[in-house]
Design a protein around this ligand. Sequence first.
Ligand SMILES: [Fe+2]
Length: 186
Amino acid sequence: MEQNSLRELYIEELKDLYSAENQLLKAIPKMAKASESDELRKGFEQHLEQTRGHVNRLEKIFGNLGESPKGKKCKGMEGLISEGGEMIEEHDESEMRDAGLISAAQRVEHYEIAGYGCVKTYATLLGDDQAASLLEQTLQEEKDTDQKLTQLAESINVDAASGEELEDESETSRSAGRGRSKAARA
Ligand SMILES: [Fe+2]
């Protein structure tokens, strides 16, 4: 590919990420608010801080390129966020909703990891070393967030599953109780 076309693609994808990060600035507080687990909510709040940093890094890169970061809407992120919103609306039962929020957040992280991985490679190919290093820092933070979500998923999904078991158990003990009282009457 010619350097010019690669530069064009690089800028286009950076704009896409800029739009994605700005959409997340609005969506993450809603996900934090919907979280039942304190740990999950703190995780979202911490990632909101990081996301502000991601936006700043992108603005710095655009500034150095002499280009505007605006002009593109990331439809992929729009879709992922809208699915996350459905998750919140559809589940009011707490642990299950947390498990659903984690699954939505991990989809977001994987999407961003793919996007940042690509633009970082383009930056390196174009000799934009400063941008490559800024993009690598963001990429690393997205990967760390994904790992933290995996750890949280392990504990929260266990809670969600044991919540169901407890319901089953109380159902069984209720019928057992009915059995016993019948036996006592007899
Ligand atoms: Fe980000």
